[in-house]
Design a protein around this ligand. Structure first.
Ligand SMILES: Cc1cc2nc3c(=O)[nH]c(=O)nc-3n(C[C@H](O)[C@H](O)[C@H](O)COP(=O)(O)O)c2cc1C
Length: 211
């Protein structure tokens, strides 16, 4: 039950204490949890950008509609997904899979051919949105890991993606930003949300049981 307790403890932090830094080892674990997240066909079509530079964090604040958490956080993680699927991207990960597993390099060719047929005929936006959905799973894992480590975080999609992509030069990497995850420690005295009850739909309404 400890994961449930951790998830009850976490909340979308509205005010971080800027004087409290998160130990890099804890941040590394949070990123590792994101790295271990499952993805569709194992393509892992996204990256995490870790930002500690104060000047850069400050520049993101107006892009994130003046959400001060970005500046006050100890570390800011940006989840950025592939802008499209390409033959090379699919072949690169499947090349690694066969190599790491000591398998024949053509082991998965029928499967990757099917993937290429499906993905390479779709438009870039549809493929980006599919990749972004994979990034969201990792984003959730990172939040849960942070909660387990008693590190506060704020899930964020309230920002201008195009502006953030420009600032971080993500287009050059073939990436587009999806979400931001500031990490730090809550400022108990000044966070309006910290003591408010966590509210969800009634559990009985949430679950539809089909027997
Ligand atoms: C994908 C996503 C995007 C969100 N974007 C923001 C945001 O930009 N700024 C913010 O303060 N909270 C943001 N939130 C926080 C939600 O409002 C919050 O998670 C929700 O109200 C539930 O509250 P809790 O996280 O405190 O349990 C976001 C949450 C998610 C999951």
């Amino acid at each position: 039950m400890s994961l449930i307790k951790d998830l009850e403890w976490r909340y979308a932090t509205k005010k971080f204490d800027p004087s409290k830094k998160v130990d890099q080892k804890l941040v590394d674990e949070i990123i590792k949890a994101a790295w271990l997240a499952p993805t569709s066909s194992g393509l892992q079509p996204f990256k995490v950008i870790e930002i500690t530079n104060q000047e850069l964090k400050d520049k993101i604040v107006p892009i994130a509609y003046n959400q001060q958490q970005v500046a006050d956080a100890s570390h800011v993680l940006v989840f950025a997904a592939w802008d499209n699927y390409t033959e090379n991207r699919i072949d690169t990960i499947y090349g690694k899979i066969t190599k790491d597993r000591g398998q024949d390099e053509n082991q998965y060719t029928p499967y990757t051919d099917r993937l290429k047929k499906a993905y390479l005929n779709r438009d870039a936006q549809e493929n980006f949105e599919h990749a972004a959905r994979q990034a969201y799973i990792a984003f959730g894992f990172a939040m849960a890991m942070a909660a387990e480590l008693k590190v506060d975080s704020t899930p964020m999609e309230g920002f201008d993606e195009k502006e953030l992509d420009k600032l971080l030069n993500l287009n050059k990497e073939g990436l587009k930003s999806v979400t931001i995850l500031p990490l730090g420690y809550r400022d108990e005295a000044n966070d309006w949300l910290v003591n408010l009850k966590k509210v969800r739909h009634p559990e009985a309404d949430f679950l539809i049981q089909v027997k």
